[in-house]
Design a protein around this ligand. Structure first.
Ligand code: MRU
Length: 370
């Protein structure tokens, strides 16, 4: 990704240092500000407060957080404590636990004095892997967009709907759902993106629109409830969303509201794709209804934050004082409503057979009944 012409990743470590940097996403789109994570507690707090967010980026941040913990204290006890503490910051995105386990298996057999540098190297590898994985997702998704463009009149725009933010802000670079869009745009295809605002935290309006705009991709923000109407009026050619966890049968957890878009897409015969890296597949869960769904603060529903005419940023109340609110942050879209899963290995059906056709080495993994 490029911001004002400079290439960035979403998370990076100054070579040889104990400082890891990222951007504070709670300030976007009003301010682009770097934050430094110098301890495991910093990393955990950034994940909890959603200064970093999006499944792959949460995983990468947790991996660096574990490395920072080991730099402070490489003992077995601290390794276990740090993993437990980081893992509990957000429950739904499996990438968090996946990344911690990737680092753990690498460092646990080592003598304590070698653990921190090995953990930093593992975190860097997780980041490099994520960039390459998202690039490949982009290539496979680009093929799907080309197929749709080929059925249109020359120059007629391809309308893609997305929900939440599954872009480079949510990953290390490229994004998952957005990688095919960036590649299509760069290849000269006339793509246009309907960006669901994604209440209550507005990741679509605040983040996806920001990054599409930074790349020059034509887009329009819509209220979350507008998607079904646009689909009925042939204004949507396909939907591509990201995911926080895909279970072994192809069910998909993603930002609250994704399920309703999948239902509307199915009713209107519109292809509904989910883009994901291998690190988002939870092979241990048999179906999506076993995925823990994060419940967030009612304040996120009862308030909105935005820029004032004078330039300051303020949070205002939008409901009658005392009204209660509920805030489930994710929902589960059954695999039967998903046209295809776009992975780094290709596109497959959202089913156990589909996933195993791309990841045959996973056939032996049993399900966790809990
Ligand atoms: O609560 P968030 O903002 O972390 O939720 C993010 C999403 O739902 C994304 O769609 C998902 O993490 C995929 S990111 C490539």
């Amino acid at each position: 990704m490029k911001i004002d012409g400079t290439a960035y990743r979403m998370i990076w470590r100054a070579p040889g240092s104990g400082r890891v940097s990222t951007f504070d996403q709670t300030l976007l789109p009003h301010k682009l500000e770097t934050i430094e994570l110098t301890s495991m507690q910093d990393a955990a707090h950034a994940i909890l407060t959603m200064r970093v967010r999006g499944a792959p980026l949460i995983g990468a941040t947790a991996a660096y957080g574990l490395a920072l913990a080991l730099a402070a204290d490489p003992s077995d006890a601290n390794l276990a404590d740090a993993i437990q503490h980081l893992a509990k910051q957000r429950p739904t995105a499996i990438n968090l636990r996946w990344a911690l386990e990737e680092v753990r298996v690498e460092v646990a057999p080592l003598p304590p004095n070698e653990r921190a540098s090995a953990a930093f190297a593992a975190a860097a590898r997780i980041c490099d892997d994520d960039v390459e994985t998202c690039r490949r997702i982009g290539e496979h998704g680009l093929t799907l967009i080309r197929e749709i463009a080929a059925k249109k009149r020359p120059g007629e725009r391809v309308n893609i709907l997305t929900h939440c933010n599954a872009g480079w802000l949510a990953c290390v670079d490229w994004g998952t759902a957005t990688a095919p869009i960036y590649m299509a745009h760069d290849a000269g295809l006339p793509v246009h993106v309907w960006v669901d605002e994604t209440r209550p935290r507005n990741q679509g309006a605040a983040l996806t629109a920001y990054e599409l705009g930074a790349h020059g991709v034509p887009h329009t923000i819509i209220a979350d409830n507008a998607g079904g109407h646009l689909m009925q009026h042939a204004e949507v050619d396909m939907a591509i969303v990201g995911t926080d966890r895909v279970t072994a049968n192809g069910d998909v957890a993603n930002k609250i509201g994704t399920y309703l878009k999948a239902l509307a897409a199915a009713d209107n015969g519109i292809p509904f794709y989910v883009a994901l890296p291998h690190s988002t597949i939870d092979w241990t869960l048999a179906d999506g209804f076993r995925i823990p769904i994060e419940e967030r603060s009612a304040d996120e529903v009862l308030t909105m934050t935005g820029r004032l005419p004078g330039g300051g940023v303020a949070t205002i109340e939008i409901a009658a004082p005392g009204s209660p609110a509920a805030n489930p942050a994710f929902d589960v879209t059954p695999g039967r409503l998903v046209t295809g899963l776009i992975t780094e290995r290709g596109v497959c059906k959202a089913s156990r057979a589909g996933l195993l056709s791309l990841y045959p080495e996973r056939a032996a993994i049993g399900h966790n009944p809990s």
